[in-house]
Design a protein around this ligand. Sequence first.
Ligand SMILES: Cc1cc2nc3c(=O)[nH]c(=O)nc-3n(C[C@H](O)[C@H](O)[C@H](O)COP(=O)(O)OP(=O)(O)OC[C@H]3O[C@@H](n4cnc5c(N)ncnc54)[C@H](O)[C@@H]3O)c2cc1C
Length: 407
Amino acid sequence: MLDWLVIGGGPHGVHVAARLIDEANVPREKIRILDNEAMLLDRWKRCTHNTGMQFLRSPSVHHIDLSSSSLRRFAKKRPARKIEKPFTRPYDRPALDLFNLHADEMIKRSRLQELHIQGYANSLEVFDEGLRIGVSDANDSEKNSTIEARRVVLSLGAPRDPEWPEWAKGIAESSAEQGRMNAIEHIFAPGFELNDTPAPESVAVVGGGISGAQVALRLAKAGSQVVLFSRHPLQIHQFDSEPGWQGPKFMAGFSRIQQPSERRLRIQDARHRGSIPPDTHAALRREIADGRIEVLEKVEIDSAQFAQGQIHLKAGESWRAFDRTVLATGFTGRPPGEEWLKEAIETYELPCAECGYPIVDRSLRWHPRIFVTGPLAELEIGPVSRNLSGAMRAGERIAAVAQTNSH
Ligand SMILES: Cc1cc2nc3c(=O)[nH]c(=O)nc-3n(C[C@H](O)[C@H](O)[C@H](O)COP(=O)(O)OP(=O)(O)OC[C@H]3O[C@@H](n4cnc5c(N)ncnc54)[C@H](O)[C@@H]3O)c2cc1C
């Protein structure tokens, strides 16, 4: 039996696994990372590549290695030196290429890819000495197996399926039936890779947050004529929550709140959901001035039709037709994994708040053998839990438990 099974091989799962091995001395043969993708970090790389983002939103001290200066040091070494602009201002944010090179180097150095099992966790059962995870084959959902481990970390990232607006659901089917598979797409759909080559064409990008803005910029650069639909006025914020949430300034008060529902309200209040950093906004303004992007703010699409090879979108009384529609509407707010964890939550009475998210202790323990990170740890780690800094914070806490209590 394994000592640890980390479910999810994104930035969070990889970071936690590295800490368990390097800081808590968990033997390599006693830990595995279960992820349905072919390679570790595949989902992160696909989602970030789809947006066309050049630089991370977070500063260079946030990454998946153990020492906070690791990325800075790596930037001076050979393969990284080729990157023309490794960091950008403000806040010393790394280029996506640099971040990924550094992450790959760290995975190679720690031989983490060897610990990856490809498969999808679909059930969780507690028995005397440990946990039994049901796993379906990533390529054949009929093929099932189990993995046993003393402890499990749930690092599932955002929910598997992104948020599709109601009006978009039917249109995807009708356009596919008429042979236009890519007439409407979601940039975060499982396995999806955005193709920006069939330009010039008219494209509607739906979603006024950072990803929508970045996709609009990517497609405009490739020669498309883009209309960006945002249901709210564009909101400009450097980060998706104030830097005070990274440390005791705001977290001290948050940790004193007893009521999970009150913590949820504080998180909702603190997170600038759907916001855009100033440099992305400036790039958007340049494209608007050059006539390649049009931004429609406070415009809500309420229905859509597919006719004569085009998607027709209706907002209020007006209709507009596009060759293609790209959704950047994020993910649902539901807890990740709820579809397969539901039974375990009921059977083992795993505590959940009204919002459906786990109530965990300071060490991120949901059950003596189950730990969480990312969105599932939000009620303990606070508004930055989903981010890279949240991974670092969760990794520290879980490794500390593993160090003090190895069985
Ligand atoms: C476009 C984009 C840009 C971002 N930029 C930044 C940034 O600049 N700075 C920052 O701090 N944060 C950023 N974030 C937020 C956050 O850091 C990322 O979402 C990051 O990917 C979160 O890591 P994760 O490991 O929690 O999730 P993911 O990267 O989604 O990884 C989770 C993994 O778990 C797998 N998985 C899920 N369920 C199962 C299951 N049942 N069985 C097996 N495998 C499973 C998934 O396939 C996936 O591979 C960004 C997010 C996005 C979408």
